[in-house]
Design a protein around this ligand. Structure first.
Ligand SMILES: C[S@@+](CC[C@H](N)C(=O)[O-])C[C@H]1O[C@@H](n2cnc3c(N)ncnc32)[C@H](O)[C@@H]1O
Ligand SMILES: [Zn+2]
Length: 155
């Protein structure tokens, strides 16, 4: 029986980022809508992440999967854990069947850094240095009440 073409994920690599530390970069042109990489790691109970992001308290590889679970990219994770936040990211995270995939939100050029909007939740504010024209100043969810208040004040 004839088999369809094998779906291969686009090439990506980790390198120094202009935003923060290391970042995830496109190793080839990636078309809008294309699946880029799965965010892998160990599934841990939600909230346990704080204790698991040993060392640098500011640096976290925790991805919130659901009310119950987080994925800790620092444990058996892949290059996806290096994706930095941007308030105007070129990718977004799509969660299906408890798996996290980064999808290109627009065409991404070879060598371009792959970023997405972290939309962090919770009471704490996490300052952002993404450099985007529309940077809201925080990696927190734009819908977050506190962020809305601050944005209102600075408008
Ligand atoms: C998943 S790591 C991303 C990879 C990280 N750059 C590294 O070198 O390991 C997430 C952390 O990177 C930093 N970070 C990512 N995007 C940022 C941004 N736009 N502004 C400030 N810090 C950022 C924060 O410390 C955040 O907790
Ligand atoms: Zn920003």
């Amino acid at each position: 029986m004839a088999k369809g073409p094998k779906r291969v994920l686009p090439k990506v690599f980790v390198d120094k980022s202009g935003i923060h530390g290391d970042g995830l970069f496109a190793g080839q042109k990636i078309r809008r809508g294309r699946r880029i990489i799965e965010y892998t790691g160990e599934k841990v109970p939600a909230g346990e992440g704080v204790t698991r992001s040993r060392g640098d308290e500011e640096l976290t590889y925790i991805f919130n999967l659901s009310d119950k679970y987080d994925v800790d990219g620092s444990l058996n994770g892949n290059e996806a854990r290096f994706a930095n936040h941007s308030c105007d990211g070129n990718a977004y995270a799509d969660i299906r069947n408890n798996r996290i995939w980064f999808i290109a939100e627009r065409d991404i050029d070879e060598g371009e850094e792959i970023t997405f909007d972290y939309r962090l939740q919770g009471d704490e504010l996490y300052p952002c240095v993404c450099g985007a024209e529309e940077c809201r100043g925080y990696m927190n969810d734009a819908e977050d009440e506190v962020v809305q208040e601050i944005m209102g004040e600075t408008r």
